[in-house]
Design a protein around this ligand. Structure first.
Ligand code: ADP
Length: 487
């Protein structure tokens, strides 16, 4: 359900639920009260039947039994109404319904009900013969009067004392009202609580979160609860916060790396420049005073300038590749054929050196990958270059192998050089990371060769890693996913 619909539904619920619950509660209480009145007064009042004045309705109900009896008696054997025994018996029954009987004949009270004094007090208020009163309220008596005439000048009266009933009726109305109010308030509190929990609280939390983000604080999490109607909004907000935090951390990390980069570049550029400057000064000041010395100085200057050039080339390459300014030319290619070509070229290169080079392919059939062959060659060259650079044994060996493992094709390049300490192994793919021994060696290096390899492999969706034992040698692996035709 959409948020708008949910909100509308909640508002309707907040308005109507208290009314419905209050109404139902009131009806239940009223029903119960009427049941009690019905059982006490032998009436048949029902909620549906109670319309207009409840007391009127009650009067009719309460008096209906004996009124009919009086009517029948007055018409068929009206002498009974002047009979003391009959009147006593009828009066006793009327007493059960908070009523009493008065009979007046020829202007005189012939039957005074239970109380003669009361009858005398009531007498002046009794309507005349022929008035045909039907439940007339007589405030002076605090009672309803019902009159039926008989004979020539006889009237029989039912006096219904509602004073006893009215408090009950009033309490019924008050109770009903109270229940209505209580249930309305109760359900209003519940719906308010539900709406608060579902909408208002998450909105408050989001507002608080916005303030914290505006203040630059992203170190918190905002979690949606079960049944939270703003769950989607809260979850999206949390995703946004996490991404913002990630990008801020990345930015901080990038800034830090850039500062390191500048300091590393300055350092690495300064080292050869300082030594070039030293040798040139040596030449100018005549320190190199023999042709042999001068020749040595010039060679050293040339070699340092070459280092500088190589370093600048690598830096330029790294900067271009890391800012995606070197476009890849990916194509489907057979890794086995590609590997064979590289191996043949490397074999020729190694022939001139003292290093033994072995290569092997365990893949007997073509293995298709999607890759940029030029960039892959850069990876192989960097690894082989390091193997040569960090070689320290008299018997020097480099071996290369191609094999397949699962859905990957892997090239392994191993050497028996000086190896890498375990503490350094996890860092060698970081840019400008060089082991202590590499820093102190005279072989030169920038610390970005392997970072370039890692970047190229990442951009290929592949991976690169190394294993090494200090003093025994290092093995590099890089793996590419084998291309699978979509079926
Ligand atoms: P560098 O220009 O210093 O060679 P790299 O990024 O290519 O930079 O290598 C990072 C570091 O990893 C090197 O400084 C070196 O300490 C270590 N390393 C790389 N390859 C080898 C290897 N084959 N044998 C021993 N150490 C190696």
């Amino acid at each position: 359900m959409k948020l708008r619909q949910k909100l509308l539904l909640s508002l309707l619920l907040a308005v109507f639920l208290p009314m419905i619950l209050g109404g139902l509660g009131s009806l239940a209480v009223m029903q119960r009260q009427l049941q009690q009145i019905n059982s006490t007064y032998h009436t048949h009042l029902s909620i549906g039947g109670v319309s207009g004045s409840m007391t009127d309705q009650f009067m009719k109900e309460v008096a209906s039994d004996f009124e009919q009896e009086i009517r029948d008696t007055a018409e068929m054997c009206n002498w009974k109404l002047l009979d003391q025994t009959y009147c006593d018996e009828l009066n006793a029954r009327m007493g059960n319904k908070y009523s009493y009987l008065l009979v007046r004949n020829q202007g005189e009270i012939t039957y005074p009900g239970d109380n003669e004094a009361l009858a005398a007090a009531v007498k002046p208020y009794l309507p005349k013969y022929g008035s045909k009163t039907d439940h007339v309220w007589v405030p002076e008596l605090g009672a309803y009067l019902w009159q039926y005439d008989f004979g020539a000048a006889g009237s029989v009266f039912a006096v219904i004392e509602v004073e006893q009933i009215e408090p009950k009726m009033r309490s019924c109305v008050i109770q009903t009202f109270c229940i209505f109010v209580i249930l309305s308030v109760f359900s209003a509190i519940i719906t308010t609580f539900v709406i608060y929990n579902s909408y208002y609280r998450p909105l408050l939390e989001l507002e608080e979160a916005c303030k914290r983000i505006a203040d630059g604080d992203l170190n918190f999490t905002i979690t949606s609860r079960k049944g939270d109607d703003l769950k989607e909004l809260t979850d999206s907000f949390e995703v946004m916060r996490a991404k913002l935090k990630e990008s801020m951390e990345k930015q901080v990390e990038d800034d830090k790396q850039n500062r390191e980069l500048i300091s590393n570049i300055s350092h690495d550029l300064k080292t050869p420049i300082t030594s070039i400057k030293g040798y040139v000064e040596g030449l100018m000041e005549g320190v190199a005073n023999t042709p042999e010395k001068q020749d040595l100085y010039l060679h050293t200057i040339y070699s340092k300038a070459n280092d500088l050039n190589r370093l600048i080339d690598e830096l330029t390459y790294y900067s271009r590749i890391s800012t995606n300014r070197i476009p890849y030319t990916f194509s489907k290619m057979d890794m086995v054929a590609y590997y064979e070509d590289c191996a043949v070229e490397l074999e020729m290169d190694f022939e001139a050196s003292e290093i033994e080079f072995h290569h092997d392919s365990l893949c007997k059939e073509a293995v298709i990958v999607v890759a940029d062959p030029i960039q892959l060659r850069k990876v192989i060259n960097n690894i082989i270059g390091n193997a040569i650079k960090y070689m320290d044994k008299a018997e020097q060996k480099v071996e290369m192998c191609l094999y397949r493992e699962g859905d990957e094709v892997i090239i392994r390049i191993g050497d028996n050089g000086k190896g890498i300490a375990q503490k350094d192994l996890g860092h060698i793919f970081e840019r400008f990371y060089r082991t202590d021994s590499a820093r102190t060696s005279s072989k030169g290096g920038s610390g970005i060769g392997l970072a370039i390899c890692k970047k190229i492999m990442d951009d290929h969706g592949g991976r690169i890693w190394a294993e090494s034992r200090e003093g025994e040698g290092t093995t590099f692996y890089f793996a590419l996913k084998v291309f699978k035709e979509e079926s």
